[in-house]
Design a protein around this ligand. Structure first.
Ligand SMILES: Cc1cc2nc3c(=O)[nH]c(=O)nc-3n(C[C@H](O)[C@H](O)[C@H](O)COP(=O)(O)OP(=O)(O)OC[C@H]3O[C@@H](n4cnc5c(N)ncnc54)[C@H](O)[C@@H]3O)c2cc1C
Length: 461
């Protein structure tokens, strides 16, 4: 069997890894010059605590899928905790959130009881911890540790720097960790190039596909190829491939950006902090994501920061490919102008400084991390999706969160007739130091501070 994978994002590259392990003749086509170069990711959604509006069912699935993701890519996980904060301006508060936290903690407990190797998020009894005002006042008096080890230590600096007049207490620390996309890119690039059964074609764009006599005929760079099985892992361009095959499907794509800053006035490690708020309003959720050497990545879920006017497009009757406005496609293809970078990053800094006032001194560190992502169907709040098989031997990947790749891969392997349990072992058989060096180099080559290629901690507190 010969398999074609179009797209070297996390979906396509994970499939290439597993088919490489299975020694299946596979060609991976990626139009860009390196793997995992589409929309960014930084957060392992182990419980969906960034999304108060989604169903418990989606949260439980995100918990399971995140644990499986961390098991496959253990080196990419940055074990800093996430602090969930409800500002006073937010209509919901901790009391609304508690039933779900209890549900998630109990589910995690069950997962670990069934399979102790899945204790990736630490001790289940400490899946979350509440920090009330009195306890935070005690932490406030302690010296800030340079390298926090316990959960309490991670909370010391926030207890000193957050403006408590703006927020509700208690705060919630939760075991949702970071994922370093540059490390994932580097590990996969290193590993995939070692498989003789895998032909990895970077800078290679698939421009046409037809199905004839059970075979898929692909054209890329003027050459024609024949395959028995096709995996469409083209992210927000999934609909272009559907259109080539004459398949109608309803879907959305959304363009978003996160901003990269440097805050010289802090010399300690921070947890990730989520300041909840209603999406699409000026008080939309703020996300403060730490990287080494005082770098912070910021999201602000308003149209002035992370979201964009007309940034959510839908497919039409005539095409399965949702068309984003030209100005957003130009950002993806040609990059950003410096005014846009400056203005949106400054707005992101102001958004976070409402809650951490001293953060107002942070500066723009580089262009943003940005891109468009796919959402199958017509529910823009969907956070869990994997893969569908609209015609024989055609797998169409449509993940919304990166952690869904494992369930996606299991379904594709089953469709191909391969057993997943022999293939889904941790990606650890690489030289970690070399891969770390390459991750920094990838960050730099793409125009970001090389610090973004490293994690802030290896340790699960
Ligand atoms: C700002 C932002 C922040 C995000 N943060 C998170 C997060 O913290 N956690 C999380 O889980 N998710 C996050 N996401 C979502 C996450 O980025 C996506 O779900 C994920 O990257 C999708 O991966 P993919 O492999 O499906 O698609 P992509 O990464 O888009 O990969 C598709 C690849 O296909 C290639 N391609 C397309 N057409 C062709 C062709 N014709 N020929 C050859 N190659 C082709 C593209 O170049 C691309 O590399 C975020 C998204 C955005 C926009």
């Amino acid at each position: 069997m010969r398999v074609a994978i179009i797209g070297g994002g996390i979906a396509g590259s994970t499939m290439a890894l597993l088919l490489g392990r299975a020694n299946i003749q596979t060609t991976l086509f990626e139009q860009r010059d390196s793997l995992i170069s589409g929309p960014p990711f930084c957060h392992l959604h182990a419980g969906g605590n960034l999304y108060p509006d989604i169903s418990d069912k989606q949260c439980i699935k995100l918990l399971h899928q995140s644990i499986d993701f961390a098991k496959l890519y253990p080196f990419s996980i940055d074990y800093r905790p996430t602090l969930i904060v409800f500002p006073k301006s937010c209509k919901i508060g901790v009391e609304n959130f508690m039933p779900r936290l209890v549900l998630l903690k109990n589910e995690y407990q069950k997962i670990v009881q069934n399979d102790p190797s899945k204790d990736i998020l630490g001790d289940p009894s400490r899946y979350y911890k509440l920090y009330d005002k009195d306890y935070l006042a005690q932490l406030f008096k302690k010296p800030t540790p340079k390298n926090p080890k316990t959960l309490d230590e991670w909370l010391i600096e926030p207890s000193k720097k957050i403006d408590f007049s703006q927020i509700q207490t208690p705060l919630i620390a939760v075991a949702e960790f970071g994922i370093n996309l540059f490390l994932v890119s580097s590990f996969l690039q290193t590993k995939l190039s070692s498989y003789s059964s895998l032909d990895m074609r970077l800078n290679s764009k698939v421009t046409s596909i037809k199905k004839e006599n059970e075979k898929f005929i692909l054209k890329a760079d003027g050459d024609e190829y024949q395959f028995d099985y096709l995996i469409n892992a083209t992210g927000f361009q999934t609909g272009i491939i559907d259109d080539m095959l004459g398949i109608e499907e309803e879907r959305m794509v959304e363009f978003k950006a996160a901003y990269v800053t440097k805050w010289e006035h802090t010399n300690t490690l921070w947890p990730e902090i989520i300041f909840h708020g209603k999406r699409g309003t000026k008080n939309g959720m703020g996300q403060f994501t730490p990287y080494p050497n005082s770098h912070f990545q910021l999201h602000g879920m308003s149209n002035q920061i992370t979201l964009f006017e007309e940034g959510l497009a839908k497919s039409s009757k005539s095409s399965s490919y949702p068309i984003l406005p030209k100005k957003l496609i130009q950002k993806i293809d040609l990059g950003w102008n410096s005014n846009d970078i400056e203005q949106r990053t400054q707005k992101a800094i102001s958004h976070i400084s409402k809650f951490i006032p001293s953060f107002k001194d942070a500066k723009v560190a580089s262009k943003p991390l940005y891109g468009a992502q796919q959402i199958p169907g017509n529910d823009p709040s969907l956070r869990v999706a994997e893969v569908s098989f609209p015609i024989k031997n055609y797998a169409r990947c449509e993940i919304v969160k990166v952690s869904s790749v494992i369930d996606m891969a299991k379904a594709i392997l089953k469709d191909i007739g391969l057993k997943d349990e022999k293939l889904l072992y941790p990606l650890t058989d690489i030289n970690k130091d070399k891969a770390q060096k390459l991750a920094k180099q990838i960050a730099k080559t793409r125009g970001y501070p090389e610090d973004l290629g490293s994690k802030i901690t290896e340790q699960n507190s």
